[in-house]
Structures are given as C-alpha cells and as structure tokens.
Design a protein around this ligand. Structure first.
Ligand SMILES: [Zn+2]
Ligand SMILES: [Zn+2]
Length: 384
C-alpha cells in the first residue's frame, strides 16, 4: 500500500487551519487560494473560478485517454461552533460542522501523493467545489462546464460519516442520499376581530388543517414499500389574543429517493392546499422547490469504489440510503460515479453528528481517506 503517512502531519495542520478559517458557500476565497497554492507547489495544473470559487487541479501522466474526477467540497455551515479546541472557528457564525475541511485535506493529500508517485496512466481531475450546503455549488460547477472542460469517465466523492466506525468505507449502487425539496405555504385570509369569527376567514385554523392533512401524505398516498419523509418545520402567524391574523406561513421539507414518489408528493401538497383554501375561504399559495435531487450511484462506479475500498480498509455494502441530501447528485446526473461514506467514529467515544455545533472532523481518518482517493485513481487509471 502506498505510503502516505509522511504527508499526514502537514495535512492535519492544514485541516485545522481551514477549520479555524471557515467560509460560507461561494465565499471560499481563502480556502480556494490555499488549495490552488498547494496544487501549484506540487506541479498540478490549476484552474480557478469554476462555478464561483471552485478549483480544478489537473494531473496528467502517461498516454492513456482515461480520466477520473475526485471531488471535495470546501464550504462551512452558518453555525456558531461550541468546541473550545485550539483550532476552533475564528469566524463568528461560520463553522466546519460537516467536515468539509477534512475533505479538502484528504484530496490535497491524494494530489500530493499521486503527483510524486505517478503510478497511473491517464488524467486525474481534483475537483474542489464551493457551496455544498444548500446552495448547489456542484450544479454551478457543472453549468460552468466542469465535465466539458475536464471530461471524466468517472467521478467520486467521499463524505466522512459519523455513523460508521473509523476504518470502514461504505457505499451502495443506486440511491445513497435523498432528494431534498422544501416548501413554503402562505395562507391568506382578511384578518379581523377574534370575537367576530363568522366575518373573518380563519387563517390559523386553515394552517392547522394543512399541517394535519399534509402529515397524511406519506402514510396515505405513498406505497408502504416506498420511502419518503415530509416534515413541517415552521408555522408563523398571529401576534395577540383578540385578532385573527390576515396570514399564516407554514414551511417544511420533503425527502425522497424516487422522482415518481416526489411527483406524487408535490401533487398531493398542491391538491391539499387547494382543498383547504376552498373549505376555509382563504387563499393558499404554495412555493415548492426541488432544490437537490437524489444522489444515485452508478452501479459500475459503486462496484469500483467497493473494490478500491477493500484494498485500503473495511469495505461495507451500505444496507440503505440516508435521508440527508448532497449536491454531488448534480455531478452524478452529468457523469457516472459514486458517493462513498468514510467511517469517522472513534471506538472510545461516539462522534458528534454532522451539523452539530460540537462536531469536529476526526483527523485520524485522514490517511485512510487519502489512500482511498489514491486507490480509486490508481485502479481506474491502471498502467497497462
Ligand atoms: Zn453538511
Ligand atoms: Zn457535508
């Protein structure tokens, strides 16, 4: 197995430096500049400003036309960090709560190793994307010509995974992460005196009916063998005891794996809204946004990832997908590939979940992540 251990101390320092200087989506200027400088220092060709702050490093070796893309995301979350380690966030309201600092360090480590050993024949594209957390940086890079400028036979992404023990690597063919939709529903009546309800359409009662009826969509409209989540996460309306408010706003999220199920749910949400509007004499406006599609691994690429994983760690076939979402889905719509989970939990203590204000990337998994990137590249671009 490739020796990467000598690279690790500097990469741990780099990871912690990025952690201390988190940047939100599309504002990853310091992080992107740091990545570009590190890539140039090892002789990798650098392209900046792709899809906003995205960076692509290109490493050619040999004569094969084969190509591979390896992706890391760079952005932080708008959360206040609650850890007190030396490398805690120095930026108020920004925090690497999803481990993207670790993803950057692992991919830079792989680039360093592959640039010095060159045990491959073909072209590697190191893809550093902005704005994974809800802002669609992967889509921005694809629209900016990522795969036409840097064609890839395959593209892979690793995500640290606190639910799996350190040392394990898991993926699956087909769906691995959910589609994320969000909705905002505005119920509008007229507003009036609470003591004269017969003259005032009740937007609060209509909103309460909506909340109840929307919660029947998954149980009554979706087959028990399919899977979906609908959660109402917000109701805002009213301000005092003797006024029926003129409007109430409901918001929530829907997670699915199958576009046909997603269609049924969107139709049901709109239909229920129209029915409630009619029965309560209010107007109901639905803003329904399918913001991230499901992340669907290509079977061949998932098999390739499993084979590579087995050479560096404990490879597991993930039994089921996760309901969280990922904008790597946009890259997989444009290029065959697979999304892979890298176990992050220490045996002695459970890891904090992703997006928790006390989460921190586990630096002990850096070498395994580097080896997995390297194995993916060296196997896909194997010398003849
Ligand atoms: Zn995240
Ligand atoms: Zn993430």
């Amino acid at each position: 197995m490739s020796a990467v251990d000598d690279l690790v101390p500097a990469l741990v320092a780099l990871r912690r430096d990025i952690h201390a200087h988190p940047e939100l989506g599309y504002r990853e200027h310091r992080t992107a500049a740091l990545i570009a400088a590190q890539l140039r220092a090892i002789g990798v060709e650098v392209h900046e400003g792709i899809g906003g702050t995205g960076v692509v490093g290109v490493l050619h070796h040999g004569t094969s036309p084969r190509t591979i893309g390896l992706r890391a995301d760079m952005d932080a979350l708008p959360i206040e960090e609650q850890n007190d380690h030396a490398w805690r966030s120095t930026m108020p309201g920004a925090f690497h709560g999803c481990g993207h600092d670790g993803h950057v360090a692992m991919l830079l480590g792989a680039a360093q190793h592959l640039a010095r050993t060159r045990e491959f024949d073909g072209t590697i594209h190191f893809i550093f994307q902005p704005a994974e957390e809800g802002l669609g940086g992967a889509r921005a890079m694809v629209r900016d010509g990522l795969f036409t400028r840097f064609p890839c036979d395959r593209v892979f992404a690793l995500h640290n995974w606190p639910d799996l023990p350190m040392g394990t690597i898991a993926t699956r063919p087909g769906s691995i992460m959910g589609a994320a939709d969000k909705f905002e529903i505005v119920v509008t009546g007229r507003g009036g005196h609470a003591a004269i309800p017969h003259d005032t359409p009740d937007a609060i009662l209509a909103a309460a009916q909506l909340a109840t009826q929307l919660n029947t969509v998954v149980s009554r409209r979706i087959a028990p063998t399919a899977s979906a989540v609908l959660s109402i996460t917000r109701i805002n309306g009213g301000h005092t005891h003797n006024v029926l408010p003129a409007s109430v706003v409901l918001g929530g999220t829907i997670r699915t794996f199958d576009p046909a199920v997603q269609d049924v749910i969107e139709d049901a949400v709109r239909g229920i809204a129209a029915g409630v509007a009619l029965s309560f004499d209010v107007t109901v406006e639905v803003d329904y946004d399918r913001y991230y599609p499901a992340t669907i691994n290509h079977a061949d690429a998932a098999a390739e990832a499993m084979a590579a994983a087995a050479t560096v760690g404990e490879a597991q076939l993930a039994p089921e997908p996760a309901f969280t979402s990922e904008d790597f889905s946009f890259m997989l719509q444009a290029c065959p590939g697979a999304y892979v989970w890298l176990g992050q939990a220490r045996a002695e203590s459970p890891s904090m979940p992703l997006h928790n204000p006390r989460y921190d990337f586990n630096d002990a998994v850096l070498p395994l992540g580097i080896r997995l990137h390297v194995a993916l590249a060296e196997r896909h671009l194997a010398k003849a």
